[in-house]
Ligand binder design. Structure first.
Ligand SMILES: Cc1ncc(COP(=O)(O)O)c(C=O)c1O
Length: 418
């Protein structure tokens, strides 16, 4: 390397070091997602990956979207589809959501709805709106790691919400105060949670609500997987239970987040928030400042496809993924050694595995990769990185025969470590 190039390199290093120093404190808690790193593995041949958390692209409603996009781009429609639109979202889509929410027991108007770029954006906005540095966010242990990622930028302290344990309200409030802030919200996934697959019973939903009332905090209800139920009866969302109690959504503390990512397609980035008007108004202001609006053409296409094929399409997904869930549960039963436990979800995309104490999911992954099988180590789903003897398995991406083979490989790897 010639001298000028060396000089250039040291200048580059110094500049990069200085730029990094200039980053705000909040960036200190932004970390590369273990999941994103792992997704790179999906490209390798021979790997059976249970690591993703994504829908099977073979079942995207491609034709319906192709038709919807062609229609949106026709001569008359394109002037709207390619134009800026309102921050609140495309009115016909919000109206479809009003009907959808009503079917789930939530009576609301379009003014209670904001369209977001996926529910991930809503999580970021809610962090931005509610959290001062040092405030407390209550989360389940484990929780969706993308929610931790979204909230981390606002420098909260995390504490546990667990409807199965009876922790005194004063204890939670005292912890928040000692950290110099307030309890702002409880975030949880009500149906087939990521990562555990667990669903809250109606009683547990009511418990969450009454705890939030006692704590004086909001509830963020993440319903990303709600539609993917393969057996059993649907349970009303927390927001629906609260509306029954209070009589009006505008008197409710629950903020419901929906998404088309798991039902139609994640690539369009269309999700929504439903809440009391003051919360939605603040989210609209936040959106105006952040990205003005969710892509007009994507909202139009989703509206068209939702109006056309939503129910039929979701019925198809339930059939396909239901078979895969059963295949995974049966394979775990066949291949896991004694001492390994797992959840038995009624829907969603994940099964959560607990290994014997002392084992480490991240260490196990290294061995598993040698045997060409991948998963996500569980530690990343805990706000404190604890419980490393856990792992998340996705079943939506693999056909039954692959699931059988992959779980057999995983069983062998675990057995070898015991
Ligand atoms: C529980 C949960 N919430 C939210 C999201 C974000 O989804 P999207 O932004 O695509 O709606 C995901 C994605 O995997 C998720 O698992």
């Amino acid at each position: 390397m010639s001298l000028p190039e060396n000089l250039a390199e040291s200048t580059l290093e110094k500049t990069n070091a200085r730029l990094t120093e200039l980053f705000a404190n909040r960036t200190g808690r932004m970390r590369a997602s273990e999941i994103r790193e792992l997704l790179k593995l999906l490209d390798q041949p021979n790997i059976i990956s249970f690591a993703g958390g994504i829908p099977d692209p073979a079942y995207f409603p491609r034709e319906a979207f192709a038709e919807a996009m062609t229609k949106a781009l026709s001569e008359q429609a394109a002037a709207v589809a390619l134009q800026y639109s309102t921050s609140e979202g495309y009115t016909p889509l919000r109206d479809w959501i009003v009907g959808y929410m009503a079917r789930h027991g939530v009576t609301c108007t379009r003014d209670n709805i904001l369209i977001t770029a996926g529910s991930q954006q809503a999580l970021d906005y809610l962090g931005k709106i509610f959290l001062n540095a040092g405030d407390t966010a209550l989360v389940t242990w484990p929780t969706y790691m993308g929610a931790l990622g979204a909230f981390n930028a606002y420098e909260p302290r995390y504490d546990r919400i667990d409807p199965q344990t009876n922790r005194p309200t004063e204890d939670v409030l005292a912890g928040a105060k000692a950290a110099g802030g307030e309890v702002k919200f409880a975030y949880l996934s009500t149906d087939f949670a990521n990562p555990t697959g667990v669903t809250l019973t109606e009683d547990q939903r009511r418990t969450v609500l009454s705890r939030a009332e006692a704590l004086g905090c909001a509830v963020i209800e993440d319903a990303a997987y709600q539609e993917l139920r393969y057996r059993g009866e649907a349970i009303k969302p927390i927001l629906a239970l609260e509306i029954e109690e209070k009589g009006d959504i505008d008197a409710c503390r629950t903020i419901y987040l929906g998404s088309f990512s798991k039902t139609l397609a994640p690539g369009l980035r269309v999700g929504w928030a439903v809440a009391a008007k003051p919360v939605i108004s603040q989210m609209v202001l936040t959106k105006q400042a952040a990205d003005l609006q969710t892509a007009t053409i994507n909202q139009i296409a989703v509206s068209e496809v939702a109006n056309g094929v939503f129910e039929d399409h979701v019925a198809k997904l339930r059939e396909v993924y239901g078979v895969r869930l059963d295949a995974m549960l049966a394979a775990l039963e066949r291949h896991m050694p004694e001492g390994v436990e797992w959840t038995k979800p009624d829907g969603g995309m994940f099964v959560w595995v607990t290994l014997p104490q002392g084992m480490d999911g991240a260490e196990l992954l290294k061995e598993a990769l040698k045997a060409n099988v991948a998963f996500v180590p569980g530690g990343a789903f805990y706000a404190d990185g604890s419980n490393r003897n856990t792992l998340r398995l996705n079943f939506s991406m693999s056909a039954a025969a692959k699931i059988e083979e992959g779980i057999a490989r995983l069983g062998d790897v675990i057995r070898a470590q015991l």
